[in-house]
Ligand binder design. Structure first.
Ligand code: HEC
Length: 402
């Protein structure tokens, strides 16, 4: 085996306390050294200026990374939602800032956090498993109660004698020579290699099991580690229950049962039918007054205007957006001012809202009956607003029209 040669690794000085260390640092700083460092068991206030360390520029890098994150998020969402795959959702714009804020925020934080973390490691030369300082018995106390200053032999100004003199002039407890053996590789112990090989091999086992489960078939049920209440004895729809003569788990309601609030025997109010045809008037339960019309107006604007437009001309926001992107198979919502719609009885309009018509979806599930009638009343008013003649205005009020 060849003789191991050690190089000069520099000098290590130990100090009594923080004050002595900071004073020494100032001297070394003023002597113009660059490749040196101070060690203490805890952070020392004011050590940065004493060592001549300028404020780090990492915050700027983090700031730029944050901006990059924000931009990435916005461009990504804009590309996906507005360009590559525009999808009309309730007439909302394809791209608008508020919807993009959560992802924008997340990527800003993600980019800047990762940059801060990785850059701090890189700038400090971490991870580092070894430094020649470990050869010093004394230095072990750097994490306990020792205060140290080391000057590396790699420093341009380093001179074994002159530098030692400088350190000795700073009132240290001791100055020690460091041997640099970092170029000597002790090699990785054989056992460690063996353990590593076994571990690496073992990591493939879960992958193999997953691959088998994904591609293979089998009769046994899946492994369910924490069943909680996932599997309980119960009867599912359409299953068998021998308790009953007909063996059906699903039971029919008792003849004549009506669910609470679903007794709808009033043909006019519930179905818009009167005297065997569409009811030509509002049902007696609904009073035609300003409050009803206001309610109808409000409900219309919520449920109908997105398609039919606030004035009822079939030009709502959804329609306009659909036109803009040329949505295939789009049917324009009917203008409520078409002659044939104007001619429709209130009962028929009520029925259209309840059940929908051709391409228009039903709204009975969403709008209670009283509100449906209020909307019908409002539509009638809306139609009148576009087609009234002077004769529809009460004689007295006509004077005000001038
Ligand atoms: C999702 C869009 C949409 C909404 C919301 C909508 N409609 Fe329609 N409506 C349509 C379309 C589309 C048609 C035309 C259907 C066709 O001809 O296939 C239509 C047709 C109609 C007609 C004509 C019926 C006929 O006899 O031809 C009336 C009246 C009507 N809607 C009333 C309403 C009212 C009242 C509301 C609110 C409760 C409403 N619509 C909400 C899309 C909508």
């Amino acid at each position: 085996m060849a003789e191991i040669t050690h190089r000069d690794g520099g000098l290590l000085a130990e100090f009594k306390d923080v004050t002595a260390l900071v004073r020494a640092c100032k001297k070394v700083r003023d002597a113009g050294y660059e490749d040196w460092d101070a060690y203490s068991p805890f952070p020392i206030h004011g050590i940065d200026p004493a060592m001549g360390i300028r404020p780090t520029r990492i915050p700027w890098a983090i700031f730029m990374a944050g901006i990059t994150g924000t931009t990435t998020a916005f461009v990504m969402q804009w590309w996906m939602n507005a360009v590559d795959y525009p999808w009309l959702i309730s007439g909302k714009p394809f791209w608008s800032i508020p919807a993009n804020v959560p992802i924008g925020f997340e990527l800003t934080v993600l980019f800047s956090a990762l940059t801060a973390f990785l850059l701090t490691l890189a700038v400090n030369g971490l991870p580092s498993l070894y430094t020649p300082l470990f050869n010093s018995e004394r230095f072990k106390r750097a994490t306990d109660d020792g205060f140290f200053l080391s000057i590396a032999a790699a420093d341009k100004q380093y001179d074994a004698l002159a530098t030692r003199k400088l350190l000795e002039g700073t009132n240290p407890l001791a100055v020690e020579h460091i041997e640099d053996d970092s170029h000597v590789s002790a090699g990785i112990p054989r056992n460690l290699k063996l353990v590593a090989a076994v571990l690496v091999t073992l990591t493939f086992v879960p992958l193999g099991v997953i691959a088998k489960a994904r591609t293979g078939t089998g009769d046994s049920p899946r492994v369910h580690l924490i069943p909680h209440m996932d599997f309980q004895p119960k009867y599912k729809a359409q299953s068998k229950n021998t308790l009953f003569a007909d063996e059906r788990a699903m039971r029919m309601p008792v003849e004549g049962t009506v669910a609470h609030g679903e007794l709808s025997i009033d043909e006019h109010y519930h179905r818009g039918v009167a005297n065997g045809g569409w009811a030509r008037a509002l049902p007696p339960q609904v009073e035609l007054n300003a409050a009803t019309l206001d309610r109808g107006h409000e409900r219309y604007d919520i449920y109908c205007a997105p398609c039919h437009g606030t004035a009822g001309y079939g030009d709502g926001m959804i329609h306009r957006r659909a036109e803009k992107i040329g949505a295939p198979k789009w049917i324009q919502p009917t203008s409520l001012h078409d002659a044939y719609v104007r001619g429709q009885a209130p009962g028929q309009l009520y029925n259209t809202i309840t059940h929908g018509i051709r391409n228009m979806p039903p709204y009975g599930h969403a709008i209670p009956e009283a509100d449906r009638w209020a909307i019908v009343a409002y539509i009638k008013a809306l139609q009148l607003s576009q087609y009234a003649s002077v004769n529809d205005v009460p004689e007295k009020a006509r004077l005000e029209l001038r």
